[in-house]
Every structure is written in C-alpha cells, then in structure tokens.
Design a protein around this ligand. Structure first.
Ligand code: NDP
Length: 482
C-alpha cells in the first residue's frame, strides 16, 4: 500500500508541520499504516491564522455571485472525484465504500451547492421607525473562523461547516479528526482547482489536544463550529466562552427510537435496521435505544434479531458489505467494554456481542458483530452513555407517557424517531420529546434548509440552512435618522 503524506494546507499550499513531526494513519479494516499525518502544534495554527488573515480581504470582498461560482465549481469537482474520495473515506474510517459513495460524498457536494446558492437568496431585515428612521440588519463575515470536525462522517461534516463559513465570506481554519484526515487533504487540492483564493481555506491536521486546543485558544479566531463528543465540547466551551468567541457545539446523542404497535411495521423494520447499524452505528443520529410498545415487543425482537444477524460484516471495499470496521482499535475496545458492561448489568445479548472475524486482507481489522441487547434497566450505562458503535438496546413501554419518560431519561437530546400511524400521537410525542431533531415514520431524512442541532448535553446552537449563515456572520444593527 502506498504511504501517503498528509501535510497541512496553508495559504493554498501543502505545508509540512513546523516541528517536522508526523504520526501514523491506520486503515481500521486491515490495521495497516497507510499515511503519515502532520502532527501540528501552536506554530502551525499561528501560520494558518496569518494565511487566513492575509486571504480575508480578497475573499470577503469577492462578490457573492463569484463566491457562489467558485463553490459550485468545488461541488462539481467533488462529484467528478467521487470515486477516489469514497475510497479514501472508506480506507480512513472503515466504512463500506458503498455508503461513502451514496451518502458521504454526495452530501459533501450538496453542502457546497446549497450554501453557494443560499448566499444569492438570503435577505436581511429592515424596519422603519415611522418616518423618522430606518433600521436595518447588516450582516458581515466574522473574519477568521474555525471548523473542528469528527471522524464518523469526515467529508460530510467538515463541508457542512466549511461551506456556510466560506459562502459567508470568512477565512477558515479547519481541523479534521486525526484518524480521518484523508478526504480533507484531497479537498485542499480541489479548492485550488476550483479557484478558491489562497488563504480562504486552511487545513491544519493533528491531535485534538494539541492542534485542536491551539485553534480554540487562538485570540484571532472569532468563531468555532465544533462537532464531536460532549466532553470535548465542554472543554472547548470552557476556553472559548471567556474569550467571547461565537460557538456552536454539535455533540453526542443517545437517541430513542419509539415504536408504537400501530406503525407501518415493514417500513419501520427496514428503517430501524438502518438507523441502528448504518456506518457501524457511528452516526450521531443513529437510534441507539429502541423502545417498543409492549404488545409488539415479541414480534419486533424476533424479526429485528433475524434481520440484524443477516447483515453482512465484511471488507469495506467490497460491494455487498453492510457493516464495515469501527474506526480504530481504541474505539473497538471502548465498544467491547460497553458490551461487557451491559452483560454484567444483566443484559441479554440476543444477537452479536463479539468481535467479527473477516478474513483475507481484513484479518487484523476492527470489526464488531451488530449487537442487540435486551432486559436492561433504563438507568444502566448501556442505556445512558453514548456507545457509538453497532450496538442497540431494546426496551418496552405500555403508555405514551411512559414512552416519553423513557425517551427523555438521559442527559442527551440530539435526535429521535417516532413510529406511529396516529397523527395526534405523533404530534404529542414530537412536542414532548427533548430532542433537537424529531423524525416521524422516517430517519435521517434532511432538508438542508432546516436548522439542525441538539439540546441538553447534545449541544448548543443550530447549523444548517440560513441558521448557519447567520452563525458565520455578524448581525450589526444600523439606524439612520432620516
Ligand atoms: P471528539 O470530541 O473526540 O473529536 C472531535 C474533533 O475535536 C476532532 O477533530 C478532535 O481531534 C477534536 N478535538 C479533540 N479534543 C479537542 C480539544 N481539546 N480542543 C479542540 N479540538 C479537540 O469526537 P470524535 O471524533 O470521537 O467523534 C465522535 C463524537 O462526535 C460522538 O460523540 C458523536 O456523537 C459526535 N457527533 C455529533 C454530531 C452532531 O451533529 N451532534 C455528528 C457527528 C458526531 P482528534 O480527532 O485529533 O482527537
């Protein structure tokens, strides 16, 4: 396998880290080292900030129509390079290449398309104070902003942040996850090809605790858009809040999937298998706590177990693989620890629960059998803590109110799904659930115009649509006395 060198992308050029230090990037499906990744520190972040500051004047004063054209060219280039990007994403993260090709890469393209065109249609408020004054909102780019993203949907999530930040005219410092740097690395090259001016986007690779922390601490970075774990989000807020940086935090989840006996059963079953195990359960929106109305419970467990056991765990690069590798050895150990903990808490593992053995080139990869656990108390760790792997718990309820109490019984509030054919019940549940996102009879269906974000320990702020453009701009109020 070719060993790739992943350098920082600063001022439009690939730039080695100032200290010359690199760490290994590993393919989780094989355990093989396939890249050396810049182990950046303060100096690299400082260099990226200077490049971003230098690039800001030109980029922020580029007319919106021209910014849109450049971002649309970038979207087009993502589409043209989709195969290479999907393979890179699969090797980086262990996800099935078919998933990367059908979800991650098209969505990265759509992110740029959406925000490139959104800036041509946004409007700002104006208010007349009788005939005395005219007041209006003036939106301007913030300057240098940072986008820090996780490993589970690498290109999808980094572009979800970059696209509005750039579209609004900011210069950006992006820090992808240390374990999945490859697609962001390729994106840098595409930005040059699309004609993005030097310094508008700068990508700093490295460890969260070092490169990430240096970004958060840098006084000249005006805003941070972060997606990742709740503990990391809290650490970032502790540093950024006293510096009065603008902050949006998209954090962890423990999403309930509430299934009523009156639902469209076949549709629910298909979607629930997907919402449980897509991307090895490593999507912040995966339903990890399935709650089933008591009268449907036995039928559901039998069918769901059968469907789960039939999922093909295999080489991510092969068509036909449903479940690939989890992202790293460290994450594998964490998930297996949760499964053992659930067993110790009295859980019954109805399918899965072990390391999955995938032969051939994947002999040493980090694969886990899709796992379904029942008979657990709602307060136990497996029902309270984010596992972020191919592991779901299934519990039961009798009344709508009990379903709501269970659904809301964690510190998290990111997403939820409700399955019912009763429209009144759907309304009641949607209003009662403490979650930023509620799906009724579906999962992960998103219109990019809709604001997105969690409540409680799942975060603050909203991304998506015009909310993201608002985040990445100042809203100055201007009053002119007539
Ligand atoms: P982490 O919080 O570990 O990391 C996220 C990003 O932050 C990475 O780039 C990481 O770098 C960086 N980072 C880590 N420590 C710091 C620090 N002190 N200062 C600045 N940056 C830092 O999350 P994971 O990568 O493990 O991602 C999984 C988590 O993301 C899950 O909890 C999941 O629920 C959540 N998530 C939330 C989503 C949402 O929309 N709410 C969507 C997708 C995921 P490095 O990788 O080098 O550590």
């Amino acid at each position: 396998m070719t060993l790739h060198t992943i350098d920082n992308f600063i001022g439009g050029r690939l730039t080695p880290p100032a200290n010359g230090s690199y760490f290994d990037g590993t393919d989780p499906a094989t355990g093989a080292v396939y890249s050396r990744v810049a182990d950046s520190a303060d100096q690299d972040v400082a260099q990226a900030v200077v490049a971003a500051q230098n690039g800001f004047a030109a980029w922020s004063s580029t007319p919106a129509r021209e910014r849109a054209n450049i971002l649309l060219r970038l979207a087009d280039l993502i589409g043209r390079n989709a195969k290479e990007l999907a393979e890179a994403e699969s090797i980086d993260s262990g996800k099935p290449v078919a998933l990367a090709a059908s979800v991650d890469i098209p969505r990265a393209q759509a992110n740029f398309e959406f925000f490139a065109t959104a800036i041509l249609h946004e409007s700002q408020g104006a208010w007349a104070t009788d005939s005395r004054a005219l007041n209006f909102e003036l939106r301007q780019p913030l300057g240098v902003v940072a986008c820090i993203s996780p490993w589970n949907l690498p290109l999808y999530l980094v572009t979800w942040k970059l696209a509005p930040a750039l579209a609004a005219g900011n210069s950006v410092i992006a820090k992808p996850s240390e374990v999945t740097p490859m697609t962001a690395h390729l994106l840098g090259e595409l930005c040059n090809e699309a004609g993005l001016p030097a310094g508008a986007l700068n990508i700093v690779h490295g460890l969260g605790a070092k490169a990430g922390a240096a970004i958060v601490e840098h006084p000249d970075i005006q805003a941070i858009s972060f997606t990742g774990g709740t503990a990391t989000g809290a650490a970032i807020a502790r540093t950024a809040a006293p510096m009065f940086k603008k902050l949006t935090l998209e954090l962890g989840g423990k999403n309930p999937n509430v299934i009523f006996a009156d639902c469209d059963y076949d549709r629910m079953l298909d979607t629930t298998v997907r919402s449980s195990f897509s991307n090895q359960g490593q999507i912040c929106l995966c339903g990890s706590r399935i709650l089933v109305e008591e009268s449907l419970y036995s039928r559901f467990i039998a069918d769901f177990t059968e469907r789960t056991a039939a999922l093909v765990v295999g080489d991510p690069l092969e068509e036909g693989t449903d479940v690939g590798a989890v992202v790293s050895e460290q994450h594998f150990d964490k998930i297996m620890g949760h499964i053992e903990g659930a067993r110790a808490d009295g859980g019954r593992i109805v399918t899965g629960g072990r390391r999955a053995i995938v032969g051939g080139r994947c002999e040493d990869g980090w694969f886990i059998e899709p796992t379904v656990i029942t008979d657990l108390d709602a307060s136990c760790a497996a029902n309270q803590e984010e596992i972020f792997g191919p592991v779901v718990t299934v519990g039961t309820f009798q009344t709508d109110e009990e379903a709501l109490t269970l659904a809301n019984g964690t510190e998290y509030g990111l997403a939820s799904s409700i399955w019912t054919s009763d429209i009144s019940r759907a309304h009641h549940m949607a209003a009662g659930i403490d979650a930023g996102v509620v799906w009724v009879n579906t999962w992960m269906l998103r219109d990019l115009r809709t604001p997105f974000g969690g409540v409680k320990s799942s975060g603050i702020g909203r991304e998506g649509g015009f909310a993201a453009l608002e985040f990445f701009t100042s809203q100055k109020s201007v009053t002119i006395e007539l």
